[in-house]
Design a protein around this ligand. Sequence first.
Ligand SMILES: Nc1nc2c(ncn2[C@@H]2O[C@H](COP(=O)(O)OP(=O)(O)O[C@H]3O[C@H](CO)[C@@H](O)[C@H](O)[C@@H]3O)[C@@H](O)[C@H]2O)c(=O)[nH]1
Length: 384
Amino acid sequence: MKRALITGITGQDGSYLAEFLLAQGYEVHGIKRRASQFNTQRIDHLYEDPHDHDPRFHLHYGDLSDSSNLTRILSEVRPDEVYNLAAQSHVGVSFESPEYTADIDALGTLRLLEAIRFLGLQETTRFYQASTSELYGLVQEIPQRETTPFHPRSPYAVAKLYAYWITVNYREAYGMFACNGILFNHESPRRGETFVTRKITRGLANIAMGLEDCLYMGNLDARRDWGHARDYVRMQWLMLQQDAPEDYVIATGQQHSVRDFVQWSAAALGLTLAFEGSGVDEVARVERVAGPVGPGGQAGRRDPADRSGLFPAGRGRDAAGRRHAGTRAAWLDARDRRTPDVRRDGRRRPRHRAPVRDAARQRPRDPRGLRTIARMRQTGGMPA
Ligand SMILES: Nc1nc2c(ncn2[C@@H]2O[C@H](COP(=O)(O)OP(=O)(O)O[C@H]3O[C@H](CO)[C@@H](O)[C@H](O)[C@@H]3O)[C@@H](O)[C@H]2O)c(=O)[nH]1
């Protein structure tokens, strides 16, 4: 049975790759960071108790900043394949934490490669490095290919450039089977919520459900090549199954703008947006609401004279604490009022409960997950 070790197993790609490798019959080991809160939501369905008979899924505490820890895990697992997916992966955040980003993304890769070499595993362990289209930054040719010169434009991309070349260097200097996967953007429902696709889908869904009233965006005209993460982890595996190690670009070959993504997401929710203004003053208002909105719900009718957005400010309540007409909450209230408590069969009808509010219904349970609503302003910056 082949053994794989995945750094970054708790992330989007790590979770899909673990699923994929388990289905291929691998024994899968993952490195997760210690955190005071649970950080394994994406892989909880794969968890096997270590006391079970012959589990094939194992988690180890570790960190790419900790060489002795990496060396110990590698010497215990002695993997056939290592997938280095762990990183500080947010481009915007790398401007705020450039040194941390370099430590994990650049030196972390070196630590892992060096631990493989130090343990004498360089001839048996194959190595995948999660490289990135961000290396191209200021693009030198269109489309980009494996031979296109790099011009990174963020601390993240510069750190990943070091990781790229140190991977090439270990391949050339020590004969390691080491590959860089230069992946363009790849998304899924498991994508982190501060990356643009999840930020938009979450934000607009919250607007449609009346939970928020504004979503602030950065550059709407930025263009990205978006694939699905599940397809891309298969590519990662395929790179390590070739006869000889090489670096590969993975993309769909199609680019779309962030603005397109906003409009598709709005359309899926039955919202029609009207864009006004330009540059940092651009605003998109919800012009029409149609069809079912939100899981199991439908939008309330909106006063066409109201140009302030789908839902007025004040979290959808007036001074007396009554919900405004036009919000999903108001629609649910109205449904509860007009629907008898007891069904025809004599059973009690379940009442609507706000799913994302705390007991006092004052604050969102997860404040990070719940900032949203109906005005989109182009700030020119790149907020998370
Ligand atoms: N995050 C974010 N991005 C915004 C926003 N508004 C516009 N954007 C633009 O949306 C684009 C896509 O951003 P993200 O999907 O958040 O990340 P990324 O910068 O493309 O980087 C991702 O893909 C790389 C290539 O695969 C990865 O290397 C990187 O780790 C990350 O996953 C960027 O050009 C960004 O300027 C916003 O409000 N938030």
